[in-house]
Design a protein around this ligand. Structure first.
Ligand code: NAD
Ligand code: UGA
Length: 494
């Protein structure tokens, strides 16, 4: 029988109960994988948003993620459960993961930058209220460095003598590849207090991951290093994208090809090849929010130069979207007013239906600002979500769909269609905004025949076969690639 130590007491592993607060993009898949890999641990994922729990218990899971259905089917009802009975399952758990949303604050002190910890704080207060036994509380959400200290205070001041140990165990999965990231993580990071109790708690969580993660990939640090490493990792990843996107503008100005530049620099083992794809800009719920949060923490610590350095990563991302819109408009005789533009892809990356902070929102709003008529197709994003995203205020965009306000009126110039051929029929131009595989294999000759002439393709993801499209007759713009003769004559100023 395998033994683990739980807050100093040896426990049989089949007695451990895990509860995860928050059944979102992180809580759902992460807990499903823990349940699959640890059949003797009972895992319950709870959420206050009932429709999400109903969906997790149905055949239509609330999020689209390759491989997730299989994992859930294998363990749901055995040792994996989804419930809205938050308090009951928190009370019964030995280890409580907190994986609630931590969006950017929209009001008050630090608005527009600091993390909004309202959801986290209310989860912590509820844990303190309902607990009757010692617990390890694990920060799974991405939080500002030193959050554990605040959480510790909330828990210990309301503890009724119960012992809580706080761990930071940030999640590094990426959407679209979440299951493979969870099966084979580059590393699992666990931060805890440097006290004997803290170290025991680290060991207990380490024992959970040790079911499938090799020991050398489990890194243990102090609490603050773990919290900061998560923000730092996202900032470094986003910084690579902004760096290559900045280069893409220079490539267009000089005739260099950004893919060739990325390839050449990526061969340097000190730089490496990943995350060097130029694009219309990074999206997703986390990069921007986590960098802004980092900026805020730097400012609070009087580190203005450091804050300004990281701010620039977000600014270049905004610049890249504006630059793209300007290219589209200037190429099409400086106006898209009344012109049909097909938008292929709306999700922030392929293989997800998530649209939080997708660059497609900024691009579509830019084109609508110039009075374009948009016909949008995305294989995973439903029409009402697109309409809601486009009519929403920017501050609401990193919220999960159910926490966003309902759109007052649908935008008239926007239609959402069910396939790429319908979207492009009669269009003047096509903008490829998500790199879905199916866009590579469309019949572009047929598409060209059905479009207005001259017919344009603006590839915001560098996934199109540019030579083939030019042979067909398209005028093609690809981010960071040598410009079509047509475009050279129409400089776009961002
Ligand atoms: P999400 O919005 O999809 O899910 C969060 C869930 O928490 C929601 O369903 C919400 O209803 C629930 N919730 C909020 N307060 C609650 C409470 N008091 N009790 C019970 N349920 C509550 O968010 P997400 O994308 O899963 O992200 C969660 C955290 O993980 C964030 O801090 C994020 O930065 C971080 N993160 C996200 C990703 C990602 O790929 N999405 C990756 C790594 C880390
Ligand atoms: C990112 C990180 O990769 C995860 O490690 C992290 O856990 C997660 O954020 C988080 O904290 O939420 P995610 O946002 O899901 O994951 O997806 P990425 O693959 O990182 O892509 C983010 C954005 O950057 C997408 O819009 C993508 O299209 C864009 N991107 C990515 C580029 O434009 N170029 C690249 O080379 C790579």
């Amino acid at each position: 029988m395998v033994l683990i130590l739980f807050l100093g007491y040896p426990l049989h592993i089949n007695m451990v109960k895990i509860c995860c607060i928050g059944a979102g993009y992180v809580g759902g898949p992460t807990m499903a994988v823990i349940a699959l890999k640890c059949p003797k641990i009972e895992v319950v994922v709870v959420d206050i948003f009932e429709p999400r729990i109903i969906a997790w218990n149905s055949d239509q899971l609330p999020i689209y993620e390759p491989g997730l259905d299989d994992v859930v089917k294998q363990c749901r009802g055995k040792n994996l459960f989804f419930s809205k009975d938050v308090e009951k399952h928190v009370a019964e758990a030995d280890i409580v993961f907190v994986s609630v949303n931590t969006p950017t604050k929209t009001q008050g002190l630090g608005a527009g930058k600091a993390a909004d910890l309202t959801y986290w704080e209310s989860a912590a207060r509820m844990i303190a209220d309902v607990s009757k036994s010692d617990k390890i509380v694990v920060e799974k959400s991405t939080v500002p460095v030193k959050t554990a200290e605040a959480i510790e205070k909330i828990l210990t001041h309301n503890s009724k003598g119960i012992n809580f140990q706080i761990l930071s165990n940030p999640e590094f999965l990426a959407e679209g590849t979440a299951i493979q990231d969870l099966f084979k993580p580059d590393r699992v990071l666990i931060g805890g207090r440097e006290t004997p109790e803290g170290q025991k708690a680290i060991q207990a969580l380490k024992d959970v991951y040790a079911h499938w993660v090799p020991a050398e990939r489990i890194i243990c640090t102090n609490l603050w290093s773990a919290e900061l490493s998560k923000l730092a990792a996202n900032a470094f990843l986003a910084q690579r994208i902004s760096s290559v996107n900045a280069m893409s503008a220079l490539c267009e100005a000089t005739g260099a090809d950004v893919s060739q530049v990325s390839h050449a620099i990526g061969k340097d083992t000190r730089i490496g090849p990943k995350f060097l794809n130029a694009s219309v800009g990074f999206g997703g719920s986390c990069f921007q929010k986590d960098i802004l949060n980092l900026v805020y923490i730097c400012e609070c610590n009087g580190l203005t130069e450091v804050a300004n350095y990281w701010k620039q990563v977000v600014r270049v991302n905004e610049y890249q979207k504006t630059r793209f819109v300007n290219r589209v408009v200037s190429s099409m005789f400086n106006t898209v007013s009344g012109k049909k533009i097909a938008i292929l892809g709306f999700a922030f990356k392929k293989d997800t239906g998530d649209t939080r902070e997708t660059p497609a929102i900024g691009v579509c709003q830019g084109l609508l600002g110039d009075k374009a008529i948009l016909s949008i197709y995305d294989p995973q994003v439903p029409q009402e979500q697109i309409q809601r995203d486009l009519s929403m205020h920017k501050s609401e965009l990193d919220k999960p769909p159910h926490l966003r306000p309902v759109s007052p009126v649908a935008i008239e110039q926007v239609t959402c269609v069910r396939d790429a051929y319908e979207a492009t029929k009669g269009a003047h131009g096509i903008c490829v905004l998500t790199e879905w595989d199916e866009f590579k294999t469309l019949d572009y000759q047929k598409i060209y025949n059905d479009m207005q002439k001259p017919a344009f393709v603006f590839d915001g993801r560098n996934v199109m076969d540019v030579d083939k499209l030019r042979q067909i007759g398209f005028i093609v713009y690809s981010i960071g690639k040598p410009l079509d003769a047509w475009l050279k004559d129409m400089p776009a100023v961002a």
